[in-house]
Design a protein around this ligand. Structure first.
Ligand code: PGA
Length: 258
């Protein structure tokens, strides 16, 4: 069966009440689904992790964090460690989102430390990669992806290969309303899968590669139907409970139809 993960990245948006409402709505919908053959993930802000955990506990919905520090503890004012996240039943951690790269100076080297730390804590990193518009126009897309993967995955052992999720998120498609076309996305995803196959010397068919960048109910069907797209990392549309649930339902139908 095709693996599919539908992940909501709430970014810096919800307060306590909004987070609870959103989680409750989606959970209500998921509970009424006759079958759930996909993975569903919500990544609220740190301050909402505990309250969302209390809502989705023991359900088909997993909890994720949007970032982490790579050290277990110490004098890092304002940071959150994996030791803390683990206690809150977080299963996934988004690492290297382009907004962290762009606004908080995260380099591929820092991101690599985070990927390793997440794996050490037995959690699943969602490593985000993607090119800017300028890089795409200069025909550098695959060079950029290669560098981000070469450094981001440096030193990750072969045993961990199927515990890593990659999110291809073209920077020009994030929050712009303009998603990559299904052809552009599939081309990048196929390239990423081939890269992973060479890198880990393993069949990469089982590795989840998410697409992110303006995914919404109106374009998810086409994107998610592509052979090498195993789900979405969804920002804006994940804040609208009905839209997010519609994407979940469409993803479930695609998996069932295969
Ligand atoms: P978007 O964000 O769906 O709002 O484009 C996606 C992301 O940044 O993960």
């Amino acid at each position: 069966m095709k693996k599919m993960l539908i992940a909501g990245n709430w970014k810096m948006n919800t307060n306590l009440f909004e987070a609870q409402k959103l989680a409750e709505y989606v959970l209500g919908g998921v509970k009424n689904m006759p079958k759930v053959n996909i993975e569903i993930l919500m990544c609220p802000p740190y301050t909402n992790l505990q309250s969302v955990r209390d809502i989705v506990e023991n359900s088909a919905i997993y909890l994720g964090a949007q970032n982490c520090h790579y050290e277990p503890k110490g004098a890092y004012t304002g940071e959150i460690s994996l030791r803390m996240l683990k206690q809150l039943d977080v299963s996934y951690v988004i690492v290297g989102h382009s907004e962290r790269r762009q606004y908080f100076g995260e380099t591929d080297e820092i991101i690599n430390k985070k990927v390793k730390a997440v794996l050490e804590y037995d959690l699943t990193p969602i490593l985000c990669i993607g090119e800017t518009l300028q890089e795409r126009e200069a025909d550098k897309t695959f060079d950029v992806l290669k560098t981000q993967l070469d450094i981001g995955l440096d030193g990750i052992s072969k045993e961990s290969y199927d515990r890593i999720v990659i999110a291809y998120e073209p920077v020009w498609a994030i929050g712009t309303g303009v998603s990559a076309s299904s052809e552009q996305a599939q081309e990048a995803h196929k390239w990423i899968r081939n890269y992973l196959e060479n890198y880990f010397q393993e069949k990469a068919a089982d590795i989840i590669i998410l697409y992110g960048g303006s995914m919404k109910p109106s374009n998810c069907q086409e994107l998610l139907s592509q052979e090498d797209i195993n789900g979405g990392l969804i920002g804006g549309a994940s804040l609208d409970p009905e839209s997010f649930f519609e994407i979940i339902q469409k993803a479930q139908k695609i998996v069932e139809s295969l």
